[in-house]
Design a protein around this ligand. Structure first.
Ligand code: BDR
Ligand code: CA
Length: 343
């Protein structure tokens, strides 16, 4: 048994090259540890694509899911929290604590994307009252407590909604920025343009000040923006594959994608909608599926016209660059992971 630099164990016979690489960069938080179970908190606003990301994470043996925290975003906090509880129950993962977080952005009025997710947030899935409720305490404290009580660099955070909870956590306990493992964010837009305005992606636009605070901190942010999520499309064949699994997770993921398909056909004219939120989770499970570029990312907070635009600067020293921007993805690999988790 070999102890990995990130704190876990590895068995002989696994890829020696990867072992050498990981040991050579023992504290590079912008890399995932490829060999061991990854401890993870998911911060989300379910949301149909958040729901697929949760199905992916709930079924992943590779992930030790410490908590799911919720934020107001696609729909109000009450609904995103209830939806997280519903999805947890459907996935049979009531061992994972769910905690509610911020109900509004740092300074802006609460946003909504219910036209893309349905009034209740989960598309065609009718809401029900979950058997079990939320865990005690606030979502912001769940992030702080888990990060502060575990080995440095060992807890990853996947943010699938506005970055409000992490911004609050950084204000309350600045030490977490040095202790967090990778912060894998679905957010931002560069070459693809925006999806809520011509230049901004919804999650960053919804709370640009929070994104700005996080990106100015020492948090090791890896961003999966529209440039890469638009490469991950829910085609009929991919949806049918999930539906054919005959499991609750597979049915749920397929139903979410079908709703997106219907909505995006109507609003944007796309037959195969992008599946955004599973991307950061998939990267944590298999980093080889993605191409990342070292960079520095800044967020527009002044202009109303370009509010939430992500300015991605690639002309940086790769050794010291604070962030990573995803540019490429093997989409079939992401869907293979989703199918595996939903089996
Ligand atoms: C992001 O915005 C939300 O509507 C989705 O859930 C996703 O997180 C895509 O821009
Ligand atoms: Ca989301």
């Amino acid at each position: 048994m070999v102890t990995c630099a990130c704190g876990g164990g590895m068995h002989a016979g696994q890829d020696l090259q990867r072992l050498i690489q990981t040991l050579a960069h023992p504290r590079d938080p912008l890399q995932t540890c490829r060999m061991t179970t990854q401890s993870l908190i998911i911060d989300c606003d379910p949301g149909v694509d958040d729901a697929v990301a949760l199905m992916l994470a709930f079924g992943a043996a590779r992930l030790d899911l410490l908590a799911v925290t919720t934020v107001g975003g696609n729909v109000p906090l009450k609904k995103t929290t209830r939806n997280a509880l519903m999805l947890r129950q459907i996935a049979g993962r009531e061992d994972v604590p769910v905690r509610g977080g911020a109900d509004r952005p740092l300074r802006r009025k609460p946003a909504s994307a219910s036209e893309f997710h349905g009034e209740e947030g989960l598309g065609y899935l009718p809401p029900f009252t979950p058997d079990r409720g939320i865990a005690d305490g606030h979502g912001v404290d769940a992030i702080i407590d888990n990060v502060m009580s575990r080995p440095e660099g060992s807890v990853a955070l996947a943010i699938l909604g506005p970055m409000t909870n992490l911004a609050h956590a950084l204000r309350k306990e600045p030490m977490i920025q040095k202790r967090l493992g990778p912060v894998a964010v679905m957010g931002g837009a560069r070459s693809e343009g925006g999806n809520i305005t011509p230049s901004a992606e919804f999650n960053i636009w919804a709370d640009p000040e929070a994104a700005d605070e996080v990106l100015r901190s020492a948090c090791p942010v890896v961003m999966f923006g529209l440039d890469v999520t638009h490469q991950v499309r829910a085609t009929d064949v991919r949806i049918a594959r999930l539906a054919a699994l005959g499991t609750a997770r597979g049915d749920t993921a397929a139903a979410m994608m079908r709703f997106s398909q219907d909505v995006e056909k109507r609003i944007v004219g796309w037959d195969a909608p992008p599946v955004h939120d599973p991307c950061p989770v998939a990267w944590l499970m298999n980093p080889d599926l993605f191409t990342l570029k070292p960079c520095r990312i800044a967020v527009e907070v002044q202009s109303e016209l370009t509010r939430g635009h992500t300015a991605v600067e690639f002309r940086v020293d790769p050794e010291t660059a604070p962030h990573r921007w995803a540019t490429g993805v093997k989409a079939d690999g992401v869907f293979d992971l989703i199918a595996e988790s939903c089996s």
